[in-house]
Design a protein. Structure first.
Length: 277
């Protein structure tokens, strides 16, 4: 009897000891960092780690600015072309049929800056006239220049899209204001102007101050011309044309007004921002 009781006690203690060892092993393996668990912990760490914002791609930024502006100018040019074609066809219409004048009248009232539109409250033509071109050569030259100066501003000078937008709008308003002052000065209240030349002049003048030695190629000239030389020649030509209006029908005042705003942006905008840094 005593021998049987002793065997039961020994067997029970053996079971307990085995259970204790197995439990210890389980707890021990929980603490061991296996390669699979290390990968899981690393993945969780990377997943919960905050992502640092990437700087905007300057090429994509310049495209988002350039192509919508070129598209708007091209669309308005097509409207001008359609209006002129309808006007040409209307020459053979009935004498009392004036429908062929509606297209030209609409374009003159909404996409041309002149004193008549301002007196009638169409002040928005100060901006809408800057995306308006009648002549194809005028459109192509302005769009090529706008593309070159805007890419220089974004990809070389490092300007952001909102800055380019404000620079363009300010140049447009300044060029329109300069044209209006010039009309008052000369007393030519029946004059008008259109085109993106003032915007182009403003961005070009700002870039000539920020990156003056940036080379630019003109047409088929194989040697790059520094931007400051190009803008000085441009401003000199417009100054001469403004003082001799009988020799040119170009909006020299608009060009100079846009260029003046570009220089003011460099002095009171770009340089002040650099000092704060």
């Amino acid at each position: 009897m005593s021998q049987m009781l002793l065997r039961n006690i020994c067997s029970t203690s053996g079971i307990r000891s085995r259970n204790t060892r197995s439990a210890f092993r389980v707890r021990l393996t929980d603490r061991v960092c296996t390669p699979a668990r290390a990968r899981q912990r690393a993945e969780r760490h990377v997943h919960h780690q905050p992502r640092t914002p990437q700087p905007p791609n300057p090429i994509h930024t310049s495209r988002r600015i350039i192509w919508p502006f070129i598209g708007a100018n091209g669309l308005v040019f097509l409207w001008w072309t359609d209006a002129r074609m309808r006007l040409d066809r209307g020459r053979h219409a009935e004498p009392d049929d004036f429908s062929h004048y509606e297209g030209i009248k609409y374009m003159l009232d909404n996409y041309t800056l002149n004193m008549k539109n301002l007196r009638e409250g169409r002040w928005y033509t100060i901006l809408s006239s800057t995306i308006s071109h009648i002549n194809l050569a005028h459109l192509v030259f302005n769009m090529i220049s706008f593309n070159a100066f805007t890419r220089c501003a974004v990809e070389i000078a490092g300007l952001r899209a909102p800055t380019i937008l404000l620079l363009g709008l300010g140049s447009a308003v300044a060029s329109g204001g300069a044209s209006i002052l010039n009309w008052y000065r000369k007393g030519t209240y029946d004059a008008g102007c259109l085109g993106a030349s003032g915007v182009v002049s403003g961005i070009g003048a700002a870039m000539a101050c920020i990156v003056p030695n940036q080379p630019f190629n003109i047409l088929f000239i194989p040697v790059g011309i520094p931007l400051w030389v190009l803008m000085v020649g441009y401003i000199t030509y417009d100054s001469y044309g403004l003082s001799h209006p009988e020799k040119s029908n170009i909006g020299h005042a608009a060009h100079l007004g846009g260029a003046a705003f570009g220089v003011l942006y460099y002095v009171f905008g770009f340089r002040l921002r650099l000092r704060r840094r």
